[in-house]
Design a protein around this ligand. Structure first.
Ligand SMILES: [Zn+2]
Length: 259
């Protein structure tokens, strides 16, 4: 079964086989995405992806339950642009910890933090170990910003350059053209590389290896980091299909893990 937590009754949740169920806690963000995309971009992409996984309908290795999505995350890097909502690190940590504790209290054993916003990645990785130690949960982090998650999906369709996929970019704009085209204003899309001090063949770049604790206004004037003008709805369709298949493959591997 693949479904959303909120659609189950108390007794249905109690009756689930906890040894064969993975609970996903979707983490996203509400933050500026340049002039052309809505502030809900990260949240809309994630909830659309969850809808499509649920539409697929079957998971042969047990149950996938999507807990209520968090539409606000840690986005303080975007403050200074209108429309951004953020929790502080400590508030966000405590919320995630409380939710995981509640999920564990219903008897679940496997939890996936399913994240669509790069500013949440460090928190997800940090808290995953604390949840293992504090609650005994087996916790996994699926993050698509600081892993190779999209790499194969983008291989044949990405047309922009080295910095084309980062924020409000070719990838996110294509996904939004497919998910919610009426909210995308392509006539306002501008491409922008990171500021010179954060790019090139050096140590301190937006991709590392030396990480700077930048805020968005240090890196971009427009609020875009990437190349949204390369986005198309066809790319968005292919990328959603790719992500659905890849995620089901990841979930299947997590279902088989025991320790
Ligand atoms: Zn985004």
């Amino acid at each position: 079964m693949i479904t959303r937590w909120e659609n189950l009754t108390r007794d249905e949740i109690a009756a689930l086989d906890k040894d064969n169920t993975i609970v996903m806690l979707p983490t996203s963000a509400t933050e500026q995405h340049g002039a052309h995309l809505p502030v809900g971009t990260d949240a809309i992409i994630l909830s659309t992806l969850i809808d499509r996984i649920i539409e697929k309908g079957t998971f042969e290795k047990g149950n996938l339950i999507f807990a209520p999505q968090l539409f606000v995350g840690k986005s303080n890097e975007h403050m200074g642009f209108a429309g951004t909502l953020t929790f502080s690190a400590t508030t966000y940590y405590n919320m995630l910890h409380d939710l995981a504790k509640s999920i564990a209290a219903s008897g679940f054993k496997k939890l996936v933090l399913f994240n669509s916003h790069g500013g949440n990645t460090d928190m997800c990785n940090l808290i995953s170990r604390d949840l293992r130690i504090d609650l005994g949960l087996n916790v996994y982090v699926i993050d698509w910003w600081f892993t190779d998650f999209w790499q194969n999906g983008l291989k044949d369709i990405k047309q922009s350059g080295m910095y084309g996929v980062f924020h409000a970019c070719e990838l996110e704009t294509s996904l939004m053209l497919e998910a919610r085209p009426e909210t995308v204003h392509m006539e306002l899309a501008v491409d922008e590389d990171p500021a010179d001090c954060f790019k090139g063949d050096k140590y301190v770049t937006v991709f590392g290896p030396v990480n700077a604790g930048w805020k968005t206004a240090d890196v971009t004037k427009s609020g875009v980091i990437g190349a949204p003008t390369y986005a198309t709805v066809e790319k968005g369709q292919k990328l959603f299909d790719y992500a659905c298949d890849k995620l089901l493959d990841i979930f299947a591997e997590i279902a088989d893990i025991s320790y």
